[in-house]
Design a protein around this ligand. Sequence first.
Ligand code: DCP
Ligand code: CA
Length: 403
Amino acid sequence: MCDKGRKILHVDLDAFFVSVEQVRNPELWGRPVVVGGEPGARGVVACASYEARAYGIYAGMPLTRAYRLCPHAIFLKGSFPRYRDASARFIAILADFTPQLEPTGLDEAYLDLTGFEPIYGPTSEAALSMKQRIKGEIGVTASIGIGPSKLVAKIASDLAKPDGLVEVAPGEERLFLAPLAIARLPCVGSKTEQLLKRLGVTTVGELADLSAPLLRARLGSMGDALYRYARGIDERGVETPLAAKSISRETTFIGDTLDYPFLKATLRYLSERVGAELRREGKRTRCITLKLRYADFDTITRSRTLKWAINADQAIFDVGVALLGRALWQRRQLVRLIGIGVSSLIGEERQLSLLDSSMECWERLDRVIDRLRHRYGFTAIQRGQTLPLKDAFPTFFELYGCN
Ligand code: DCP
Ligand code: CA
C-alpha cells in the first residue's frame, strides 16, 4: 500500500487521563492537574494537563519532582476503569466512520478514509465531525493528523495538539517534515539522535540530504528506515484488529439496481468468495451479515447468528438471501452496493459432528470446487445461481469492481 492518494488519519485525545477527570469535575478546567497519585506518594506522573506541562511536568516524571515544580497543582490518583470506559466510547465513535480502524493505545488510533470523499466530503470535514462527536459525547478534545501515510498522519496529529487538525497533502510530505527536529521521527531515540547530531543532522530535511549507503553504514537497517521516513515514505497500512475476526466481500454497481435475480446472483458470487476465504483460513462462522447501500448512500447491515458454525457457500448464501429479501421488503429502493460478511469465526475442525448430512454434502462439493478454482482460477467454474451475471463474464471483475 504505497498509494499516494491514501487518506490516513491519526486521532489522539489530548491529555487523556486529565481530560476525563476534568469532565467529571469541571472545576479542574484550566488548572495544573496531575494524574498519577498524591504528591508525597512514590510513583510517577501518568498524565499532566497542558497547564501543568507549562511548569515542566511530563508523563513518567516522579511525583515528588512534579510537586517541587508546581506545589499548587492538583494531584489525583485517577481511575483506570473510567479511562477504559472513555476509551471504549472513543473507539466506538471512530468505528462509526470506518471499519478500517487500528487502535494503537487507549486514546489513539489510525483510520484509513481513502475513497470516502463521496460519502463524507473532504477528509478534513470528516475529521472535524469526528472531533465534534468526541467533544459532544465524551467531553474531551482530540487532535487529528491527516496524511498519505501513518508516519505523516502521526506527526501531523502531534503538531496539531491540543484540539487541532493538521492535513498534509500528497506530495507535500517532504516539505512538511523538513523543518522538524529528527526526534519527531518514530524510531529516533536519544542514542540515534546523538549519532545523527555528530553527522551534523538536527532536522529531518538535513537527514533527507544524507545518502542511503551512508545511513546504512552508520545505522544498519534503521538507516534504511530513516532514509525512507525522511522522505515521508511509509507504506504500512492501517491494520484492523477485527480483520482477522471477520471476512467480507462487497461490490458497488455501476448503475443502481433493484433487479432481484441480479442482486441474488451477485450475492451468490460474493458468498462464494467469502466461503472460499473462510475455508482457506480453516475457519467456520456463526454470524452472517448482509450490507446494503441504497442509492441515497444510506447504508444498512442485517445480521443473523447461527446455531451451528458453517463454512459452506450455500449456507452463507441462504442466510444472505433471507436477509436480502427481508431488507428489500422493508424498503424498496435502488441498491448501490451489496456485501456479505462472516464473523464469530472458530476453527474448522470444531462442531463438525453437529452438521447435518446435507451440509456435509455442500462442504464436500465446496472442497472440490475450491481445488479446481485454485488450479484454474476463480471464474473457471460458474455455479447456476450466478448465471444472471453471465453477460458480465469474463470481465465481471472489471465491470462490477468487486473488492
Ligand atoms: N500514560 C501513562 N504513563 C505514561 C504515558 C501515558 O499512564 N508514561 C497514560 C496517560 C495518558 C494516556 O496514557 O493520558 C495517553 O498518553 P499520551 O502519550 O497520548 O499522552 P496524553 O494523552 O496524556 O497527552 P497528549 O496526547 O495530549 O500529549
Ligand atoms: Ca493522547
